[in-house]
Design a protein. Structure first.
Length: 362
């Protein structure tokens, strides 16, 4: 079983990988800054540990370069493991030097969230690493409590460094948790958008249209407002694909989708219904208003040449219009519009047809 790398059983994605590297890189910079501060603090009290702190701070500078997004995974992994090893050694060494007066080893707790959020470690590897690290921290804390406090530290400096060593890992953990919470929230919003948006045209898909219809229908029934749908189909779309290729056909759908969106009101909805079909949802529009709107849109599109892939195309659409009747379901109204649309196709295309006021037989 792989513990590290792309084959491990972790949830490795490009977003997680990029985010984790940025977190590690910023952590490396933070470690360098903290060690530099510790170095100045120890130098001010005349303790030789200032040299070790300064050495670790300087060592983080090349490490910051080697954990960059551009570095290969083996280089990144080796650098991270070296950073962790050096920090554990450094924290242990200083903690045993000063005892429980400053609890220097508490800073090491900040390593735990970095282990937890790695995308290229399997879950088993994370648990092993975190349990081992926790066991080491418990043992180290026991050793530190047995170590006499350094006489070089006056009470004021001791309390200040103790507060720093308590607060820093808590801030790091809070920052990492907040960052990943924001990432999860953004990913959820992105997933919802992908689940409800047609990837080709950027319009809402059937799933989203049904949600919008449900809300619009409830609003219409409460206020006795009319609600109409217009089903649109591109005329001779197969001929466009056969003559110019599917890339041009996709371009036609994209431009028509944008044109439909520009032609309707802000309160209306445009959906990629499937293939070369679009559906318009027109709240507060009765059958007469919906027919006027559909005819205007059809005429404007017929008069609008499309420039796609070096080709100029004149495209027409046929439309079927249905207005929601009393106690009628969405599927029934859509079926009536579909029947009207194909009646328009049979009548010669580039037409707007009103649906029958009764539900046609299947």
């Amino acid at each position: 079983m792989k513990f590290f790398g792309p084959e491990a059983e972790g949830e490795d994605t490009e977003t997680i990988r990029t985010t984790f590297r940025l977190v590690v890189q910023r952590s490396t910079f933070l470690i360098a800054a903290v060690c530099l501060f510790d170095s100045a603090m120890f130098y001010s009290i005349g303790d030789e540990q200032w040299w070790w702190c300064l050495s670790v701070s300087l060592a983080c500078l090349p490490a910051y370069y080697f954990v960059d997004l551009k570095r290969s995974f083996p280089v990144f992994l080796v650098t991270v493991l070296l950073i962790i090893a050096v920090i554990i050694w450094y924290g242990t060494h200083v903690a045993l030097r000063f005892g429980s007066g400053i609890n220097f080893h508490f800073k090491l707790i900040a390593i735990l969230p970095l282990i937890a959020v790695s995308g290229r470690m399997s879950v088993r590897a994370k648990w092993i690493a975190m349990v081992a690290f926790t066991a080491w921290m418990i043992y180290l804390d026991y050793r530190v409590t047995l170590t006499p406090n350094s006489p070089l530290l006056n009470p004021l400096v001791s309390e200040f460094m103790r507060a720093l060593n308590y607060g820093l890992p808590l801030l790091v953990i809070a920052a990492v948790v907040l960052h990943y919470f924001q990432l999860v929230t953004e990913q959820q919003a992105l997933l919802k958008e992908h689940a409800t948006t047609d990837p080709l045209t950027g319009l809402m898909n059937r799933r989203r249209l049904r949600e919008v219809w449900t809300l619009a229908e409830a609003d219409g029934r409460r206020g006795s407002f009319p609600l109409s749908i217009v089903l649109c189909d591109v005329d001779r779309f197969k001929s466009i694909n056969d003559t110019y290729g599917h890339d041009v056909g996709d371009g036609v759908l994209q431009q028509l989708g944008q044109a439909l969106r520009n032609e309707v009101r802000m309160t209306d909805s445009v959906c990629r219904w499937g293939g070369e079909e679009f559906l318009l949802l027109l709240p507060h529009s009765d059958s007469v208003q919906a027919m006027v709107t559909a005819n205007r849109i059809r005429e404007n599109i017929a008069a609008m040449p499309l420039q796609i892939g070096g080709h100029t195309l004149n495209v027409t659409i046929t439309m079927g219009v249905a207005t929601l009747q009393h106690e009628e379901k969405f599927e029934d109204a859509a079926h009536r519009a579909d029947v009207a649309l194909y009646a328009g196709k049979a009548a010669g295309r580039n037409r707007t047809m009103a649906a029958a006021t009764h539900y046609p037989a299947l």
